[in-house]
Each structure stands twice: as structure tokens, then as C-alpha cells.
Write a protein that binds this ligand. Structure first.
Ligand SMILES: [Zn+2]
Length: 109
């Protein structure tokens, strides 16, 4: 199985770079590496109509975030607060981490 490499992962704060939610910031709730997509809190919210079931007696409208392509998001650096290009760095102990190319802050903790 080949997995697409995502530059972002769960818990990252990202900014949306295209589409109707352009400019919105949010936290990644779920990463879908197989699809190259991520679900971002409060972004690309779609309303779904649900039918009453035995579990949920009342049908209604549920708001839910739909996945967005990871090419449409950019990581926001915790330190400089800017959408950043991500670089890779290998630490002294051999651990690979992502770093902000703007301020050199290690993104992975
Ligand atoms: Zn930075």
C-alpha cells in the first residue's frame, strides 16, 4: 500500500488557501492520508439532513465538516503565527521533525 505523504497531521493548525473557506483557520480533527485530505474544525461545513432512526428519534439537520484536499491547506506556525512552508530536519537523536521555514521553529513536539 502506498500512502501519500501529508505535510500536515491531526492537531495541526492550518489555514485554508482556496475555496469558499479561504483564509479560515482551524485545527485538523482528522487526517486522511489515503485520500490526501484532512478534516478541519469549522471548515467546509456541510449540512446534512438526517432521517429519524430508532437511535435518534428526531430527524433534522446536522452540520458536519467535509474533508478538504491537503493541497488547499497550509500549516500555520505556532511561533510566528504565519502560514509557513514546512522544512524537514533531522535532530541529533535521529528523529525527523518538521520545521517552519520562516522562523525555524520545530513544528513537531
Ligand atoms: Zn514560524
Amino acid at each position: 500500500m502506498t500512502q501519500k505523504k501529508l505535510n500536515v497531521k491531526k492537531g495541526d493548525t492550518v489555514i485554508i488557501t482556496s475555496g469558499k473557506d479561504k483564509g479560515k483557520k482551524g485545527k485538523i480533527m482528522t487526517a486522511l492520508p489515503e485520500e490526501g485530505r484532512v478534516i478541519v474544525e469549522g471548515v467546509n461545513v456541510v449540512k446534512k439532513h438526517t432521517k429519524p432512526t430508532q437511535k435518534v428519534m428526531q430527524g433534522g439537520i446536522v452540520s458536519k465538516e467535509a474533508p478538504v484536499s491537503c493541497s488547499n491547506v497550509m500549516l500555520v506556525c505556532n511561533r510566528c503565527g504565519k502560514p509557513s512552508r514546512i522544512g524537514k530536519k533531522v535532530l541529533e537523536d535521529g528523529q525527523r521533525v518538521r520545521v517552519c521555514k520562516k522562523c525555524d521553529e520545530v513544528v513537531d513536539k
